[in-house]
Design a protein around this ligand. Structure first.
Ligand code: RB5
Length: 192
C-alpha cells in the first residue's frame, strides 16, 4: 500500500502540505484532493470526495485534516466501507489500525503540531489490523450498512412501482452485497 489520498479544509491545509512532503520523501505516492489554498472552504465537500472513492474502492487509504478533525470524521463515516478514525495521538492511531482496521486517518490541524502528526501518520501506516475477534466486530458494522443499503434499494423499487416479491428481495440482497463488496472478502488475520 503505497498510494495515499490526502485532503483538508483551510484548518488543515498547512498540516496537509507538511504531511504530504514527509510521505513523498518516504516514497509514498500522494493523491492530493485539495484544498489548494488557505482560503475558507467547507470540510464536508472534501470528506465526501475522499469517502466516495473509498466506497467505490478506487482509494484504499486516505488522510483527512480539518481544524479539529471532528467535522471530517463525522462526514467520512457516513459513507459505505469507510472506517475513519480521528487520532490526535499515537496510541489511538495504533489501536485504530489494530482493532478497527481504520482506512481513513483524520487529524486536527489546529490540535497537533507537525512532529506529533508525523509520528501519528507513521504509526498508522505501519500498524497492521489484528483480525480475529475484531473481524467479527467489523462485520457487525457491515451488517448495519447492509440493512441500510437493502432499505434504500427496496424503497427505490417501491417508488418505481415494481413488485417486491420473494424473487425481487433475493435480487435486492444480492445487489446490496455487491454494492458493499461483501461477496469476495477474505479474512484479515488469524482468529485468536
Ligand atoms: C473550520 O473553521 C473548522 O470548523 C473545521 O476545520 C473543522 O474543525 C470542523 O470540524
Amino acid at each position: 500500500m503505497n498510494r495515499i489520498a490526502v485532503a483538508s479544509d483551510h484548518g488543515g491545509y498547512r498540516l496537509k502540505l507538511t504531511i504530504s512532503d514527509i510521505l513523498r520523501e518516504k516514497g509514498y505516492e500522494i493523491e492530493d484532493l485539495g484544498t489548494d489554498s488557505p482560503e475558507s472552504v467547507d470540510y464536508p465537500d472534501f470528506a465526501r470526495d475522499v469517502a466516495e472513492r473509498i466506497a467505490a474502492g478506487s482509494v484504499k487509504r486516505a488522510i483527512l485534516i480539518c481544524g479539529t478533525g471532528i467535522g471530517m470524521s463525522i462526514t467520512a463515516n457516513r459513507y459505505r466501507n469507510v472506517r475513519a478514525a480521528l487520532c490526535n495521538d499515537v496510541y489511538s492511531a495504533k489501536m485504530s489500525r489494530l482493532h478497527n482496521d481504520s482506512n481513513v486517518l483524520v487529524l486536527g490541524g489546529r490540535v497537533v503540531g507537525p512532529g506529533v502528526a508525523e509520528d501519528i501518520v507513521e504509526t498508522w501506516l505501519e500498524t497492521k489490523f489484528e483480525g480475529g475477534r475484531h473481524t467479527r466486530r467489523l462485520k457487525k458494522i457491515e451488517q448495519e450498512q447492509l440493512k441500510n443499503v437493502i432499505h434504500e434499494l427496496v424503497t427505490d423499487r417501491i417508488e418505481g412501482r415494481q413488485k417486491v416479491d420473494k424473487g425481487m428481495i433475493e435480487k435486492i440482497v444480492a445487489e446490496a452485497i455487491e454494492v458493499l463488496g461483501l461477496g469476495n472478502e477474505k479474512e484479515n488475520g488469524a482468529e485468536k
